[in-house]
Design a protein around this ligand. Structure first.
Ligand SMILES: NC(=O)c1ccc[n+]([C@@H]2O[C@H](COP(=O)([O-])OP(=O)(O)OC[C@H]3O[C@@H](n4cnc5c(N)ncnc54)[C@H](OP(=O)(O)O)[C@@H]3O)[C@@H](O)[C@H]2O)c1
Length: 313
């Protein structure tokens, strides 16, 4: 242990979550959201499983219930790539009352060029604009908990972003690089986190925003992004290859769990402590200078408000 006392973080460090409500997005079985939801349910939290497929929400709930009989699980249907769906989900989520923790985990990676119903590039829509709107619409419930934590899942890939996604998000000409689009969306996760946290502090709101990344974890992210499915033919081969060379999805969820439950200040970024932050035990990590560019944070915020139609207080 160092003086911070959090460098050797373990699952056993998750405090009792009884009486707390946590919303986790993207909880399909085998992904980071599933394992995050599982461990929080194990510690007694009421966990809202948020995802776009009712059948997958049921599958996750059944899987968690097998390990944690009687777990307090709720379901929230939301397609983060569809702003209308996010609005409907937030409306439905008012039934859950105060929300202690929101984990913005759902995401896509390396998808071919696609434009959503709202006219937005798919990766930035799913990974940033949807979560931006969801967080804003849930803000009253988060603040009602009097001690809210918002964790947004970024990636080591944010380091590859040469610039922030500050152009008109509805203009789609020029060359599309699916990896550049992913990197920028993961940079956006950090710009959003640091701006949200600074705004909350300036207004003395009872909310802190943190970010986390899992390193390289054996989930379905690559297969889902490349082939639109986690299994079947070549998707199965890619999925198995990723699992063979990465840490488990369960271990990949540890940084998310530390960010969601440890006594850390806002704007903290958590990731694995191993070589290249690819594997290991969670610790506080750093992000690029670009992610700390306050002008870029403010501009992305304004752009996100214009794009999603929400105005944060
Ligand atoms: N795995 C890694 O090594 C790694 C590394 C760095 C960062 N990350 C980040 O970790 C997060 C979780 O990814 P993962 O690795 O667990 O991948 P995953 O197994 O593919 O899980 C992604 C989750 O996001 C959901 N999702 C995708 N699009 C959605 C939408 N439009 N609306 C609602 N939910 C949607 C998926 O639901 P469906 O099942 O319905 O598609 C799934 O539950 C992502 O933000 C990713 O960028 C992962």
């Amino acid at each position: 242990m160092t003086s911070t006392g959090v460098d050797a973080w373990r699952l056993a460090d998750i405090p009792d979550q009884a009486g707390r409500t946590v919303i986790v997005t993207g909880t399909s079985v085998g992904g980071l959201g599933h394992h995050t939801a599982l461990e929080l349910a194990r510690r007694g939290a009421r966990v809202v499983l948020a995802g776009r497929s009712p059948a997958k929400l049921d599958e996750t709930a059944e899987t968690i219930d097998e390990e944690v009989p009687g777990a307090a699980l709720e379901r929230l249907e939301v397609d983060l790539a569809d702003l209308g769906s996010v609005r409907r989900a937030a409306e439905a989520a008012t039934a859950f009352g105060p929300v202690d923790v929101l984990v913005n985990n759902a995401g896509v990676m390396g998808t071919p060029r696609q434009v959503t119903a709202d006219g937005l590039e798919l990766q930035l829509a799913t990974n940033h604009f949807g979560p931006f709107l969801l967080t804003g619409l849930l803000l009253p419930q988060l603040l009602a908990s009097h001690d809210a934590t918002v964790v947004t899942v970024s990636s080591g890939m944010h380091r590859a972003a040469r610039s922030a996604p500050l152009g008109d998000p509805r203009v789609h000409h020029g060359r599309y690089s699916k990896w550049a689009a992913y990197s920028r969306s993961k940079l956006a996760n950090l710009l959003f986190t640091y701006e949200l946290d600074r705004r909350a502090r300036a207004k003395e709101l009872p909310l802190k925003a943190l970010a986390a990344h899992p390193g390289f974890a054996g989930t379905h992210l690559a297969a889902n992004g490349q082939y639109g499915r986690p299994s079947g033919g070549i998707a199965t081969i890619l999925d198995a290859t990723v699992r063979a060379v990465s840490q488990s999805a369960a271990r990949g969820a540890w940084p998310l769990l530390m960010a969601a439950t440890a006594d850390l200040p806002g704007s903290t970024y958590v990731g694995p402590n191993g070589l290249g932050e690819l594997t290991g035990t969670p610790q506080v990590v750093t992000s690029t200078a670009l992610s700390h560019d306050e002008a870029a944070q403010r501009r992305l915020w304004e752009l996100s408000e214009e794009t999603t139609g929400i105005r944060y207080p």
